[in-house]
Design a protein around this ligand. Structure first.
Ligand code: MGP
Ligand code: SAH
Length: 424
């Protein structure tokens, strides 16, 4: 019987990342990549997981140990409410010896990781195949190289509703807490969530008025601590920034990858990326066309104690870069994608839908400043277009950024200075 903890707000989502380097050759035929991936599926998954565990294992285990032991709002979702609490209603897992607990978390994480890895494989497959034979849902067991038992296991886990922190089919944005509970119970195929009383009666307090007034915005507020862990210290965001800001765990990861002397954050918004860049880079140049966002970015950077490392510049990045005044080691691009409706596209055309201009124009401009460019893009971007941006004969590293089982965005890296040299 599966027994898992589900965090309703999703604010403690774990971050998963997968990367693959592509060559932008003449005919952009990716069958070779897909075949290699399929043949090496098992070892690749193992390798990715070990890297992930090496970096995050201790933190995850320690965090889970604390959460299961102390936080009563985390709920046992097993059929029988026996394993998390004893008959007195006290939490029992805190008494589990550390090494036993650590092993169980390792096994749990491997299971979750396998599912996300499979989703990653599916996504790559769908976006790279010339034609999608199965109507957009490529089944891994079509490929003889893969183990059928894995597919069965995946389907079983999916049926059981694991992992559940972010569920792709459910938009809970405009529901009150009670609705959310009912809906979740209905859709989890017999997995009963026991929701604590305190949570049930919770009122939506301190929600900015404009988020309540605009349909579909409340879900971003629910994720506020995954956007900024120090949200409660007075973080300021305007409407566009609520849905555009890079979640903190992704921003931290990108900042570690792009560590350098000078980085330009060409579309800095309210500072989600700039703040983290300031922690790993010597100097950050943060540009935005909107003065209100820029002042919010400065305020937010003050909260994180890093504003002295950032130059905030108000203006149009396209015009400013043409002036030839800027030099940097890396340029980071996270332009507007056309609002939350970007996800209506099956294959998001980065040449038509990005603002303020096409991806190739943006790339051309960025490359006049530095040959190292990182591009934060929609998860449904047309991957072939993204790889093509590297220019014939050059490489592009594609990185899939997941929070829990949810693909949040894709980051593309161009330029030898930032493409990871690790062999996959
Ligand atoms: P989302 O798809 O609107 O959220 O944005 P979510 O929760 O995946 O929505 P759901 O309805 O599918 O559940 C996901 C992430 O994409 C956000 O957290 C931002 O980091 C990023 N993002 C979204 N938009 C619309 C933009 C944008 O216009 N520009 C940039 N740079 N990032 C964006
Ligand atoms: N990465 C940011 C979010 C960026 S959203 C974060 O994590 O907080 C995209 C931003 O691009 C918006 O703030 C918008 O004001 C800005 N923008 C749009 N056109 C621009 C232009 N021509 N030059 C500079 N900034 C622009």
């Amino acid at each position: 019987m599966y027994n898992c903890c589900v965090e309703i707000t999703g604010s403690q989502a774990w971050f998963y990342v997968f990367n693959q380097v592509f060559e932008a050759d003449e005919n952009l035929n990716f069958d070779q990549y897909l075949n290699e991936f399929a043949i090496n599926y098992g070892p690749l998954q193992q390798k990715f997981f070990l890297e992930f565990w090496f970096l995050n294992g201790d933190t995850i285990a320690a965090d889970e140990y604390w959460r299961r032991g102390n936080n009563r709002e985390l709920i046992n979702t097993g059929e029988e409410e026996t394993s998390t609490y004893n008959y007195k209603g006290e939490c029992t897992e805190i008494n589990t010896p550390w090494d036993v607990f650590y092993e169980s978390i390792y096994a749990e994480q491997f299971e979750t990781y396998s599912i996300i890895f499979y989703k990653y494989y599916q996504h790559l497959h769908q976006s790279l195949r010339e034609s999608i034979e199965t109507g957009g849902n490529v089944d891994i067991d079509q490929n003889q190289a893969l183990d059928k038992s894995f597919v069965d296991e995946f389907k079983q886990l999916e049926l059981l509703g694991l992992p559940t922190a972010f569920d792709e089919d459910i938009d809970c944005s405009d529901m009150d807490v009670e609705d959310e509970i009912n809906l979740t119970e209905k859709t989890k195929h017999g997995i009963k969530k026991v929701i604590g009383k305190k949570k049930k009666n919770r009122k939506l307090r301190n929600v900015p008025e404009f988020l309540l007034e605009t349909k579909g915005m409340l879900k971003y507020w629910r994720k506020r601590f995954s956007l900024f862990s120090r949200y409660d210290e007075g973080i300021r965001l305007d409407c566009e920034s609520w849905f555009s800001v890079t979640p903190e765990k992704i921003a931290i990861h990108l900042a570690n990858r792009l560590q350098c002397d000078i980085i330009i954050d060409a579309f800095c918004g309210c500072g989600g990326n700039s703040i983290q860049f300031a922690k790993t880079c010597k100097h950050v140049i943060s540009i935005d066309i909107d003065p209100v966002k820029l002042s919010m970015a400065k305020h937010n950077a003050d909260i994180y104690g890093v504003s002295d490392k950032i130059d905030f510049i108000c203006g149009d990045f396209l015009q400013m870069s043409r002036s030839g005044r800027f030099r940097s080691n890396v340029v980071f691009l996270s332009p507007p994608w056309g609002g939350p409706k970007y996800k209506r596209e099956i294959d998001y055309d980065v040449e038509s839908f990005l603002q303020p201009c096409s991806a190739s124009e943006l790339m051309e401009i960025a490359k006049t400043i530095s040959k190292n460019v990182a591009f934060y893009l929609p998860r449904n971007s047309c991957v072939k277009q993204v790889i093509k941006l590297a220019g014939k004969g050059n490489q592009c590293e594609l990185e899939h950024n997941y929070l829990d089982s949810r693909l949040v965005a894709i980051t593309a890296f161009y330029g030898e200075g930032i493409i990871s040299t690790k062999q996959r």
